[in-house]
Design a protein around this ligand. Structure first.
Ligand code: NAP
Length: 283
């Protein structure tokens, strides 16, 4: 039986959870193959993907600092990759065609549906304006949120997202996108249904996100993309005030599930058992 070869490329790559997830699924589904972590600084990227294509790899996941760099080498990509400006999945074909996908939009959407079961999707806040914020914005628009406020340390980066979104998608969307400086986050929070942190704040070695969520209305849900630590201050505060919340671990698993499907045409299961395995790795 042919053995399937897949990998994640990035630098540093030591702490990635992706091999754990994908090798677990390969084994569970009885698919022959291996998912490796390959240390790849930017300067080695071109030569590495060429080598892996020639060796018959199905494709790769990409992490820091390669998600944007990879755009230069794509033969095929979709609108989401264009807008997000980053690809986290490469699919290699036999003719050495490299297709780029972004599965963060799918990952976020799946985990948000798990968190927010009701259909009351009016106003959402996104904190941050990087690649992850762009993926979250795509998902929230697909889910028909009516007003989205983007708070960012550098307001002009938030304004750039709004401009790019209108250029890439539609200028006559029935949605309001508002950009604000992060310093103003403390006010006007009563009418919010969802708050999403897409910055690294709260992550190991970063300061916590400094907001006072107790003032929020009870219907609020909080989504922190950070998953290491499993409980940031934002998540701890949400728990304290009885606010629905999730960290970024579900999103991580669902983006991986979609990547796996792109390479092997099989949809593995996201289960509590797998989540427990990953949580143990993080702790
Ligand atoms: P990025 O492109 O580098 O963007 C980072 C954003 O955070 C920028 O808007 C930046 O603001 C802001 N920021 C950074 N440090 C800050 C600080 N000290 N104070 C205030 N704002 C700060 O990164 P990204 O790719 O979007 O990823 C962001 C986070 O999401 C990372 O922690 C990543 O691990 C996480 N993530 C999780 C998943 C998942 O599956 N759970 C998926 C993707 C990403 P400026 O614009 O002012 O620079």
């Amino acid at each position: 039986m042919k053995s399937n070869k897949i990998a994640i490329l990035g630098y540093p790559i030591k702490h990635t959870l992706s091999p754990k997830m994908h090798n677990y699924w390969l084994k569970e589904l009885g698919i022959s193959g291996k998912y490796q972590a390959i240390k790849t600084p930017i300067k080695n990227f071109k030569k590495t993907i060429k080598k892996l294509c020639n060796e018959g790899y199905k494709g790769v996941n990409l992490t820091l600092p390669l998600k944007e760099e990879a755009l230069k080498y794509l033969n095929k990509k979709d609108r989401i990759v264009d807008f997000v400006g980053a690809t986290n999945v490469l699919i290699f074909s036999k003719q050495n065609v490299i297709e780029g996908k972004n599965t963060d939009v799918y990952g976020f959407k799946k985990s948000l549906i798990k968190l927010v079961k009701n259909k009351k999707r009016k106003t959402a806040i996104i904190i941050g304006s990087g690649g992850a914020a762009r993926a979250v914005l795509c998902a929230l628009i697909e889910m028909r949120y009516k007003k989205i406020i983007i708070f960012n340390r550098t307001k002009k980066n938030a304004e750039k997202i709004k401009k790019d979104f209108i250029k890439n998608f539609s200028s006559n969307l029935k949605i309001k996108i508002v950009c604000e400086n992060l310093k103003n986050l403390k006010r006007n929070l009563e009418e919010i249904d969802l708050l999403v942190n897409t910055t690294p704040m709260g992550m190991k070695n970063f300061p916590p996100l400094n907001i006072n969520i107790k003032k929020f209305k009870t219907n609020l849900a909080v989504f922190d993309l950070v998953y290491n630590p499993l409980e940031t201050k934002l998540i701890k505060d949400s728990k304290k005030w009885g606010i629905k919340n999730t960290n970024g671990l579900d999103m991580l698993m669902y983006q991986a599930q979609r990547s796996f499907y792109y390479w092997l045409n099989k949809k593995p299961k996201v289960t509590n058992k797998l989540k427990k395995i990953l949580e143990k790795e993080i702790k």
